[in-house]
Design a protein around this ligand. Structure first.
Ligand SMILES: C[S@@+](CC[C@H](N)C(=O)[O-])C[C@H]1O[C@@H](n2cnc3c(N)ncnc32)[C@H](O)[C@@H]1O
Length: 231
């Protein structure tokens, strides 16, 4: 459990977002890139529930997680639909794809010396998420946490030409990773600077579909900002 990210509530939410915002929308074979596949279960579960003819290429730095994901992919005969590389998307010539999807590392902390260093999201928690919105993919589905400087993410997306096309919000209890004292104390400091929003034991996790489409008439950025800062 310490080695591989384990939070079924969050992984299931990500899987449902993938299904509702991406897989059901894919008419023709599409290419999807995933940052941080973990044990692969969110994508595998949504592939098992949906007809999808394209290819998903995942990137996962944690070798134990990557191995687990590959054996499950084999078990379900999904090797022609889901391929995971044991490397970082940032180290590669980024592959072409219609969608980039991620439940990214979003823990804010003073440094990455935390329970699971690969969940470190930079000092404000939004660093990796904001980098993912700077890679030039046309559609980006990411989970955004209300304690990880969510306004910076909405602004970064706007600066890079994205609209918020759709979003769904899940109230989540602080889990074992975000409750680590070093992380929790840092989040309390961010709250004083209006960079973290939570209430008691709860924070909001949003599944957000950003679309870089000049013609799009839908932009829910203000609504998303209001919800994420309402705690
Ligand atoms: C919040 S977990 C999500 C895992 C899985 N997608 C899920 O939702 O269950 C983030 C994952 O990103 C991985 N990760 C962190 N930095 C990475 C990087 N630079 N490249 C690839 N994977 C990375 C971590 O090892 C971790 O498995």
């Amino acid at each position: 459990m310490k080695e591989i990210f384990f939070c079924p509530e969050e992984s299931n939410f990500y899987s449902n977002c993938l299904e509702n915002f991406v897989l059901r929308d894919c008419q023709t074979p599409e290419f999807i890139v995933e940052f941080g596949s973990g044990d692969g279960s969110p994508v595998i579960n949504s592939l098992l529930r949906n007809k999808f003819e394209g290819l998903i290429q995942g990137y996962e730095l944690n070798t134990a997680a990557w191995k687990t994901a590959n054996s499950t992919i084999d078990e379900y005969n999904l090797t022609n639909k889901y391929i995971i590389h044991n490397s970082s998307l940032f180290d590669f010539d980024k592959p072409q794809a219609n969608y980039l999807v991620a439940n990214p590392p979003y823990l804010p902390a003073p440094d990455n010396d935390i329970y699971m260093p690969l969940l470190f999201g930079g000092i404000d928690g939004a660093t990796i998420t904001n980098e993912l919105l700077s890679l030039g993919y046309e559609n980006v589905l990411v989970l955004v946490s209300s304690f990880s400087n969510p306004i910076s993410t909405i602004k970064k997306a706007e600066d890079n030409g994205y609209n918020v096309n759709n979003f769904v919000v899940l109230p989540l209890k602080f889990g074992c990773y975000s409750s680590e004292p070093k992380v929790k104390e840092h989040i309390e400091k961010l709250r004083k600077n209006e960079m973290a929003f939570y209430s008691g034991d709860y924070y909001f996790l949003a599944g957000v579909l950003f679309k870089n489409n000049q013609k799009s008439e839908i932009d829910l950025s203000n609504e998303l900002a209001q919800v994420m800062t309402s705690l």
